[in-house]
Design a protein around this ligand. Structure first.
Ligand SMILES: *Cc1c(COP(=O)(O)O)cnc(C)c1O
Length: 381
């Protein structure tokens, strides 16, 4: 089945009791048994819920996995993955991951004796140097936020395999429409479904997809034992969002390409970060491993002043000033004071995250209106 068919049909059956074409929201905590231990596969809703099961089957198909396990948020999904580790184990991650992922690894798991190392993954040597006999997990996020660096998934997962270390890819920024890490050798793929999968900025949700039955079993055990499960209404909303994933993400990519070109030629714009531009340092890797280049664009303004950045951030009307990404509506954000405020300034500057860097999540609106909105905002400086 091709991707555009899978989003609508994979794992989705009409409801057997009524024929309802849409998966019902099974708003129930328990299920009546015919006799003790004799039930229809559902006993208690932390363990299993039919709305969630439909979404898990659908996500399994979208990422070409064996099983998918859903959680109440992207970070709850990541937390379950980290619970595969034990004290003394170590993690190696790329050094420009999502701030919340960094916080979970360092502030929470650090306390339990799990150490994380953060390295630039474009250098194989830096990566290999940071792997030791305690390394249990290599964490990859690509494209990264907000610099939109690209990590070579095949190359890093091959190193992980050779060293006997698990590999996990946070695929939130690409979505399964643009890249499928399990096909490139990753053991685990995870999403904040809050972003592109949901796509309508109305739900917080996370999912983990794996290929190996052993990992699936361990993660299911963790899901049930820890209990960070999503409600059925949230699963329904993600299922509904996914039905148009391919259309939305393609439109965002098409819009982003045009906006990146517009910004590149604008006299008040300094650097533009978009993997689809030939000038992007990882353009070739992006072209090889992604179907298209995504809907996120970051840029810096000439002069680099915070005051000018604020003028642009306050000057748009269609682009709403907000955190998050991946919804149908375009957003504008200021990483230094919003998403990445918890990262020390000198660490931010080292990766190019200046005070005047602006991040755009490009939605599916008419691109002419989006460009006009940016043009007006840039004329304020
Ligand atoms: C948002 C995000 C997360 C966290 O997901 P939540 O659903 O907000 O918990 C993790 N990774 C990336 C790349 C994200 O953008």
């Amino acid at each position: 089945m091709k991707f555009g068919t899978k989003v609508i049909h994979a794992g989705i059956e009409p409801d057997p009791s009524t024929g309802a074409i849409m998966t019902p929201i099974f708003q129930t905590s328990t299920y009546v048994q015919d006799a003790p231990g004799k039930h229809k596969g559902y006993e208690y809703a932390r363990t299993k819920n039919p709305t969630r099961s439909a979404l898990e089957k659908n996500m399994t198909a979208l990422e070409n996995g064996r099983d998918a396990i859903c959680f109440g948020s992207g970070l709850a999904a990541m937390d379950a993955i980290l619970k595969l580790l034990k004290p003394g184990d170590e993690i190696v991650s790329n050094n420009d991951i999502y701030g919340g992922s960094y916080r979970l690894m360092t502030n929470i798991y650090g306390k339990f004796g799990i150490k994380s190392h953060f390295v630039g993954m474009n250098s194989t040597k830096d990566l290999e140097d940071s792997i030791n006999e305690n390394t249990r997990l290599i964490w990859i996020e690509t494209p990264t936020n907000p610099m939109l660096n690209i990590v070579d998934i095949r190359k890093i997962c091959k190193i992980a395999r050779k060293k006997g270390v698990l590999s996990c890819v946070d695929n939130t920024f690409a979505s399964p429409y643009l890249q499928n890490p399990l096909d490139m050798g990753a053991d685990i793929v995870t999403h904040s479904a809050t972003k592109y999968l949901g796509g309508h900025s109305d739900v917080v949700h996370g999912v983990v997809i794996v290929k190996s039955p052993e990992l699936a079993e361990q993660l299911r055990f963790i899901q049930n034992a820890v209990g960070g499960v999503p409600g059925p209404q949230d699963c329904f909303l993600i299922l509904r969002g996914i039905k148009t994933l391919h259309l939305r993400v393609q439109r965002s990519c098409d819009n982003a390409k045009k906006i990146a070109k517009f910004l590149q030629s604008h006299p008040k714009v300094d650097k533009v970060y978009y993997p689809g531009l030939r000038s992007h340092p990882n353009h070739k890797i992006a072209k090889r491993q992604m179907k298209d280049f995504g809907g996120m664009v970051s840029f810096d303004i000439v002069g680099g002043s915070l005051r000018d950045a604020h003028k642009v951030l306050k000057g748009t009307h269609l682009f709403a000033l907000a955190e998050s990404l991946g919804g149908v509506e375009s957003l504008i954000g200021h990483p230094a004071s919003m998403t990445h405020a918890s990262i020390p300034k000198k660490d931010r500057l080292r990766v190019g995250l200046t005070d005047s860097l602006i991040r755009l999540s490009i939605g599916v609106e008419d691109v002419d209106d989006l460009i006009e909105d940016l043009e007006k905002a840039l004329s304020n400086i």
